[in-house]
Design a protein around this ligand. Structure first.
Ligand SMILES: Nc1ncnc2c1ncn2[C@@H]1O[C@H](COP(=O)(O)OP(=O)(O)O)[C@@H](O)[C@H]1O
Ligand SMILES: [Mg+2]
Length: 377
């Protein structure tokens, strides 16, 4: 049945006396009904909820609308334990993924959307996804995209405030965040997850950390079957193996392959994109999506300031060279030595024209210096 999940959360909330849960899921259900064209029933639900809340003495005026939910706070620092965002409503870009990764992500989304069908077949399980891989390859962005696709708010845990300065409060914080997340429709996102889930046998850590991991495991296990949880880490080797196993689906996000890189360039540059990007894509091998995005922003900014409506492949290659070979370009060696070294490192990328742009010398001078060096050898 289409609304079984919402109904069961409402019933559970009612039986356990969790008014906020009843309220959040009733609003969620009414919104769904509205978008399915069931305006009358939606209205009836809303009226019935506010009538019962009033009758129970619940102060409606002070209640927060769903769009202004407030996350629980750390008792000591008064910092919120999570940031609540609505990824569906802001148009931050889409993570570009290779076909294999995209298929894995789509599978996760269909697990969530078709949870009832799976439950009918006796296959209910908490939808949990672990994203791992090098920094800047789109883990955080992808978590936002998944929440947007599921049309749910994203509760991003703040690991720094979760780890309380008060000894013993960390477990309490984890518990209150997980409780909060299980009482409303949302995606719970544990970003920079290794801060919490470091292996228990880490010799340098104290007993507190071990307790944190145990508490994390207990809280993950105790999550209601329909709470959607995503965790992300750049350091999967640090994760406690028991934590690692708790996640049903684990997806590695690598540095983008050539097809993906081209798509990221085209998306980020949009109308500023030069028609040919082949060399740019080739020479960006190994760069993360985040670095490519930064290169694009810099190139676009320059084009705008120069009143140009397009950037050039030469400009992009220049930016790539500055990122990949900064250790040589910015070193204190003699210019000739740098030219030769760069040419040896990557003779295809470092054309005379590009070297002239990097070092602010004429192409004639660059050729001279390179030739002189060759003659000397
Ligand atoms: N696969 C990708 N597709 C599109 N943009 C990407 C991708 N990977 C990284 N980016 C860009 O880099 C930024 C930072 O990526 P982020 O998601 O924070 O990486 P991570 O969480 O893996 O460190 C994104 O907001 C986006 O602009
Ligand atoms: Mg991140």
């Amino acid at each position: 049945m289409k609304y079984a999940r919402e109904l069961s959360k409402i019933i559970e909330g009612g039986v356990l006396g969790k008014i906020n849960q009843v309220k959040a899921y009733t609003e969620f259900l009414a919104d769904k009904l509205e978008s399915d064209g069931e305006h009358k029933i939606a209205k009836r639900l809303r009226t019935s909820m506010s009538d019962s809340l009033l009758a129970s003495g619940y102060n409606l005026a002070s209640a927060q609308p769903a769009s202004q939910l407030r996350a629980p706070v750390d008792k000591d620092s008064h910092m919120a334990l999570a940031d609540i965002t609505y990824p569906g409503s802001n148009h931050s870009g889409m993570a570009v993924l290779d076909a294999t990764t995209k298929a894995q992500v789509d599978e996760f989304i269909s697990f969530v959307l078709k949870a009832e069908k799976l439950a009918d077949a006796g296959l209910s399980s908490a939808p949990s996804l672990l994203l791992y891989g090098p920094p800047g390859c789109g883990k955080t962005l992808l978590a936002h995209n998944v929440a947007a696709q599921l049309e749910l708010p994203l509760f991003t845990a703040r690991c720094d405030s979760l780890v309380s300065s008060l000894l013993g409060s960390t477990s309490k914080n984890i518990r209150s965040l997980f409780d909060f997340a299980s009482q409303q429709p949302c995606v719970l996102f544990l970003d920079e997850f290794d801060a919490l889930a470091k292996a228990r046998d880490d010799q340098h850590e104290l007993g507190e950390l071990k307790r944190v991991v145990v508490s994390l495991l207990q809280n993950i296990d105790a999550l209601p079957k329909d709470t959607i949880i995503i965790a992300a880490t750049n350091h999967e080797q640090l994760l406690d193996p028991a934590v690692w196993r708790r996640f049903e689906l684990r997806i590695k996000l690598n540095a983008p392959d050539s097809v993906t890189r081209e798509q990221i360039y085209r998306n980020e540059l949009a109308e500023f994109s030069p028609s040919k990007l082949q060399k740019t894509v080739e020479h960006s091998v190994g760069l993360s999506g985040a670095i490519i995005a930064q290169i694009c922003v810099a190139a676009k900014r320059k084009a705008i300031l120069n009143d140009e409506n397009q950037t050039t492949e030469q400009e992009l290659l220049y930016r790539i060279a500055m990122v990949r070979y900064s250790n040589v370009i910015e070193s204190e060696k003699e210019a000739t030595d740098k030219l030769v070294e760069l040419k040896n490192l990557n003779s295809e990328l470092f054309t005379v024209r590009l070297l002239s742009k990097i070092f602010g010398m004429s192409t004639g001078k660059i050729s001279n210096l390179l030739n002189r060096d060759e003659n000397e050898q």
